[in-house]
Design a protein. Structure first.
Length: 253
């Protein structure tokens, strides 16, 4: 059997919702894949610290996190870079001038910092800790993520400043790296894997970058229709054995 290199998104793919709970059948599947000699890894938009905590809980050795901008193997961070700093500062200055509340992630934690006491943070799907404190824009040395309140009208939206924008919870935009495929290619190079032997699983729009050839891409049944249109195969929902179903179908177990 050819060794495969599996890369799994977390939220809505491995994990139920945005929880850290992997269904029992999926966990069984991961362990069987390892027993069969395959390589398993996470490919997540979450920051490295948060993704690593999840990986350590389930014994997953390799992590592509922060949308492809960080890599870790066996708990050791190999690479971690932020968003383009000057672009981020320009956006934050613009948002401040427009009186649009914003929050920023500046360190490898689940904290997002905001100077706005009323920054939206009541959505139960939000897993980040909102810390209210002054955030001097010009003193920032690294930015990993930005969230800001979406305007009511499209014509009031500020420029993107070349930064990727995703519609997020709490009626906010999320700015974070979105090229998971770049991180996957770097990880494959580190562990001696071939891109044509990579299998990627995802459910959301931030997974589209890794649904590309020569990777073999599998969309979850609970995933976005736009992502499914890019998939080589659409499996069942993640809470109904979708990952195990696909791995059995293609003879990887």
């Amino acid at each position: 059997m050819t060794k495969k290199y599996f890369f799994f998104d977390i939220d809505g793919t491995l994990g139920l919702g945005i929880s850290s709970i992997i269904p029992a059948d999926t966990l069984y599947c991961l362990r069987r894949l390892v027993q069969k000699g395959h390589f398993i890894a996470i490919a997540s938009g979450r920051l490295q610290h948060d993704t690593q905590t999840f990986a350590d809980r389930y014994g997953i050795p390799a992590v592509v996190a922060d949308g492809g901008n960080s890599l870790s193997l066996d708990g050791k961070i190999l690479k971690m870079t932020g968003l383009p700093l000057e672009n981020c500062k320009a956006l934050l200055r613009d948002l401040t001038d427009r009186h649009y509340p914003w929050a920023v992630v500046t360190d490898n934690t689940i904290n997002r910092y905001t100077p706005y006491a009323d920054f939206p943070h009541d959505d139960p799907r939000n897993y980040m800790e909102t810390v209210i404190r002054p955030v001097p824009i010009e003193n920032l040395t690294a930015v990993y993520k930005i969230m800001y309140a979406r305007p009511q009208r499209l014509e009031d939206e500020p420029p993107t400043y070349g930064l990727p924008h995703l519609e997020y919870i709490d009626h906010t935009y999320l700015i974070e790296p979105t090229d998971k495929s770049r991180g996957i290619l770097r990880m494959l190079d580190l562990v001696g894997g071939r891109p044509e032997d990579a299998v990627v699983f995802g459910d959301g729009m931030n997974d589209i970058s890794m649904f590309r050839k020569p990777f073999f891409s599998i969309a979850m049944g609970n995933g976005r229709d736009e992502l499914k249109a890019h998939a080589d195969y659409v499996t069942g929902d993640n809470d109904k054995g979708g990952i195990l179903e696909a791995c059995k179908k293609f003879g990887w177990l």
